[in-house]
Design a protein around this ligand. Structure first.
Ligand code: 5GP
Ligand code: ZN
Length: 139
């Protein structure tokens, strides 16, 4: 299984640094985030190292998604909050600070002011259609 000796999450997988583990299976690990935005903020990772969504094997991403759904239900049952975001950053510009793909399970409180939210503004239909066409060319 791919592992990077300099990666902090690979070290957590190997037990070289401690974490508050929640769950693991052959392909994934879930543990508490050390800087929680709210109680219950936790992370799900594939055990195999890959930096981001562009590099991860699709089956590892699928396994991480399965574990995320399982964990989200458990966190929801265990804590009180007003909603949840699932968050996954790719690249510095998107706020990724650890280069091992991870999904945040992020409980939210009404009015907590997290900047991840934005006010929806309708886009131009022609522009949306043109961009959709461009994306489909790469599928
Ligand atoms: P990112 O900013 O890359 O989306 O999220 C990285 C997350 O990993 C942050 O929320 C940060 O608090 C968490 N984190 C960074 N280092 C550690 C660590 O050593 N242990 C744990 N449990 N979480 C960490
Ligand atoms: Zn890693």
């Amino acid at each position: 299984m791919a592992s990077d000796p300099n990666c902090i999450f690979c070290k957590i997988v190997k037990g070289e640094i401690p974490s508050f583990k929640l769950y693991e299976d052959a392909a994934t690990l879930a543990f508490m985030d050390i800087n929680p935005v709210h109680d219950g903020h936790c992370l799900v990772i594939p055990k195999a190292h890959s930096a981001n969504v562009f590099e991860i094997a699709p089956e590892d991403f699928a396994a991480a998604a399965r574990t995320t759904a399982k964990l989200a239900r458990a966190v929801k049952a265990a804590i009180s909050c007003d909603g949840f975001n699932l968050m996954q950053a790719n690249g510095e510009g998107a706020g990724q600070s650890v280069g091992h793909l991870h999904l945040h399970i992020l409980p939210r409180k009404s009015g907590d002011g997290l900047l991840f939210n934005w006010d929806p503004k309708p886009g131009e239909r022609d522009r949306i259609a043109a961009i959709a066409e461009r994306i489909r060319e790469f599928l």
